[in-house]
Write a protein that binds this ligand. Structure first.
Ligand code: CA
Ligand code: CA
Ligand code: CA
Length: 742
């Protein structure tokens, strides 16, 4: 297959390389020859995972503050300097005038057990300062322990509060809370276990609960506190647990919880009860927001109600149902309704005219914060003269006016973005919506209400963009809870972001994924486009100034991890003063003690040497607050892994190794490697060290690693981390395991 990007690539390779070299030298965006500027649009790359986090095994970004100045992200395994030892370690990076600085988030461990798998972050406040933690190990004395999971709140000052016991569940199987308020003081969740005596009569389904402060109460109840459903419980939102499928099931201030009762999965046990959508407000008052307003005799009801979304303030709820909720609605199809919770007013969203008939899909829908602009998927012809009979298509409802956007095959609105001001919808589809799209692969389209126009955004110079590549926009981070849904459009809709492996501009000289920005009709590169390295878009700040990307490319001089993956902010007008030259360093930024690579080490290597004294020590943690205690002079040494030991590990799946330099407390060894396209946990080991010195640890290959090694010719390049949470030292290195085909 010949692609436009490849034929252009050779011609432009040199030009792009020169442009990049200049950008490097200036450490600033290029002013002239705008078409060659990388990154485009006046953006400057800033290394977010800088200092000790440079090159950590990133898991994903979990969200950022609206100003784009702080971002939360997960990484594999306990990081050196971490206060605790979760499998997915959380950090928050904050932008300062000198650069991005990370702090670890975690709760120090109280019991010598496997925190690695049994503890994880469940949510975070909007300012990324207050955290919710779930753990099957007690994080405070007397807290629940396995198989029960405790829910904890970690305050900005480090105070840990046990909120309650979520019942007998394994932490990694517990769904995330379905609502966390902006201040993280309110948490809504659907639980199998009966957590309160009032819930003891439930015979099927889950029950919706709410933590208000430290008070646990049932949410799926009548005014007086009795469960609405006598048999089938209730769920927060629609019970999907997916923030894309039930946005704002809890209002951002925590005062309103939308719930469905009975719980949809209990329909067999409660055949006489129809699911309805209710609003529970301030833990005192409940309204059936989905009660029909139709007064005709033939209202096609009563019927099931499905919660689709709410606005962040809870002023509007959206439901889909076949029941006719208003007298004007006479069609017998599934419709989307908007309900004003204060007045009870109901608006039929999914019909351009009364009587128009089509079914709305019970899937992802989008609403602006004011509830006046809504995107949804429907089947058939909702707007006269647009689309085809039976066609699955995206629609945009604009304050009473319905617009046909375009056909959607396979894809849905999970990864779509609606601009905050409501006028622009960005979506991905494999359908060819415009003549410019001649491939059968996914492209990105931008619909503008004001001009009623559709634009193919993933289209490059000279028509590049019709190769066999799928463009994409981000879904919710794989690390679980988001505090912000990934956003691919600026509030005004004038900036749109996406990822594609296709080379759309001459500056993109690789055939790997890169991040692009469409801005007022011009396409630019947000990531580097340099050979051999890929980048993916994570999300943007509301104004579009900050575009967060994850990339293996080394984009700034302070990225010294030899090509490991990092988070970057491509920020309009960003950048920092240059680092002080060697010798001008603050005395407090003492370089970390470094061990030479162990001898007789087979294929392993020590951490890369610090390049220049500007390197931030990998083994120190910024003090949480107040004076920092003197860092103990401790440094762990990676285990010696001879070729024989590695072969034994590959064959048997486990070996015992010795780690030098341990102090008393918990020690963990984790190894991660790329298998296919994903970063996977491949090695684990832990020990409780009772006597400082050398400690023996049993290393185990995970099932996924053992499976991968059975493939002939397989090689796993494993990043091995040894860490002692709370101890100011750690070490990382690389080992290579060869496959053992059988
Ligand atoms: Ca296409
Ligand atoms: Ca590329
Ligand atoms: Ca890097």
């Amino acid at each position: 297959v010949t692609r436009g990007g490849q034929t252009l690539g050779a011609v432009h390779r040199m030009r792009a390389a020169v442009a990049l070299a200049i950008a490097w030298a200036l450490c600033a965006p290029l002013a002239a020859t705008a078409s060659a500027a990388v990154p485009a649009g006046g953006r400057v790359w800033e290394l977010v995972t800088s200092g000790p986090d440079n090159g950590v095994q990133l898991f994903g970004a979990n969200g950022w503050t609206p100003d784009g100045n702080a971002i939360a992200y997960g990484s594999f395994g306990p990081l050196p300097g971490a206060p605790s030892g979760e499998l997915i370690a959380m950090s928050v990076a904050t932008r300062t005038s000198q650069g991005w600085q990370a702090r670890r988030v975690g709760i120090p461990f109280t019991a010598p057990r496997a925190q690695l798998f049994e503890t994880r972050a469940f949510g975070v406040s909007g300012d990324l300062r207050t955290w919710l933690w779930g753990s099957a190990d007690p994080l405070v004395p007397g807290g629940p322990s396995f198989p029960s999971t405790g829910l904890y709140r970690l305050a900005p000052d480090g105070t840990v509060t046990l909120l309650g016991d979520l019942g007998s569940t394994f932490t990694f199987l517990v769904t995330d809370p379905e609502g966390v308020s902006d201040d993280a003081q309110h948490v809504a969740l659907s639980d199998n276990a009966a957590l309160l005596p009032e819930d003891a009569g439930r015979v099927a389904g889950r029950a919706a609960y709410e933590f208000a402060g430290t008070t646990l109460r049932l949410a799926g109840v009548e005014d007086g506190g009795a469960p609405i459903s006598s048999c089938g419980g209730s769920v927060v939102g629609n019970g999907s647990g997916d923030p894309r499928l039930q946005p704002n099931a809890m209002s951002r201030d925590g005062s309103k919880i939308f719930f469905t009762a009975p719980s949809p999965e209990a329909s067999f046990e409660c055949p006489d009860e129809l699911t309805h959508v209710y609003l529970r407000e301030n833990g005192t008052h409940t309204v059936d927001v989905s009660a029909t307003r139709c007064t005709r005799a033939d209202c096609q009801g009563p019927s099931l109600m499905h919660f689709a979304a709410a606005t962040p303030d809870g002023a509007f709820a959206f439901v889909t149902t076949v029941e006719q909720m208003t007298d004007e609605d006479t069609a017998d199809n599934v419709d989307l309704y908007r309900i004003a919770t204060a007045t009870g007013d109901v608006t039929l969203v999914s019909a351009a005219q009364p009587g128009a008939s089509t079914d709305v899909e019970e899937g992802a829908m989008l609403t602006t914060d004011d509830g006046r602009h809504v995107a949804f998927v429907g089947y058939g012809q909702l707007v006269p003269g647009k689309g085809a009979p039976g066609e699955r298509a995206a629609y945009l409802w604009d304050d009473g006016r319905l617009h046909y956007v375009g056909a959607l095959e396979q894809t849905d609105l999970r990864t779509a973005s609606l601009s905050a001001e409501g006028g622009v919808l960005l979506l991905t589809t494999a359908s060819q919506l415009l003549p410019s799209d001649t491939d059968e692969h996914v492209d990105v389209y931008r619909y503008d209400v004001a001009s009623d126009t559709l634009t193919q955004v993933s289209l490059g110079d000279g028509g590049a963009g019709n190769g066999a590549f799928d463009a994409s926009t981000p879904d919710v981070a794989p690390g679980g809870f988001p505090n912000e849904l990934p956003r691919s459009l600026s509030a005004d809709g004038r900036r749109a972001f996406f990822t594609t492996p296709e080379s759309l501009l001459p500056e993109d000289v690789n055939d790997r994924s890169d991040v692009y920005e469409w801005s007022d009709g011009r396409l630019g590169l947000v990531s580097a486009g340099t050979a051999g390295v890929e980048a993916t878009f994570q999300g943007a700040s509301p104004d579009g100034r900050d575009a967060f990307i994850q990339t293996d490319a080394t984009l700034t001089p302070d990225d010294r991890d030899n090509g490991d993956r990092d988070l970057y902010d491509a920020r309009v007008g960003g950048g920092f003063p240059r680092e002080p030259p060697p010798g001008e360093e603050q005395p407090s930024r003492e370089p970390p003690p470094r061990e030479p690579p162990p001898t007789g080490c087979g294929t392993c290597q020590g951490p890369p040497p610090a390049t220049g004294s500007g390197a931030t020590p990998k083994s120190t943690t910024p003090p949480a607050r107040g004076r920092s205690p003197p860092a103990p002079r401790v440094h762990l040494v990676l285990p010696k892994l001879s070729a024989t030991l590695l072969a034994r590990l590959a064959h048997s799946g486990t070996v015992v190794v010795s780690v030098r330099g341990a102090v008393t407390g918990r020690l963990t060894l984790t190894g991660s490697a790329r298998i296919g396209r994903r970063l996977r946990l491949v090695l684990t080991g832990a020990a409780q060290v009772r006597k400082a010195g050398t400690v023996h640890v049993r290393l185990r290959l995970t099932a996924v690693a053992r499976r991968a090694l059975r493939v002939r010719g397989a090689r796993l390049r494993i990043t091995l981390t040894v860490a002692q949470p709370g101890v100011h030292a750690g070490a990382r290195g690389i080992v290579v395991l060869k496959g053992v085909p059988r």
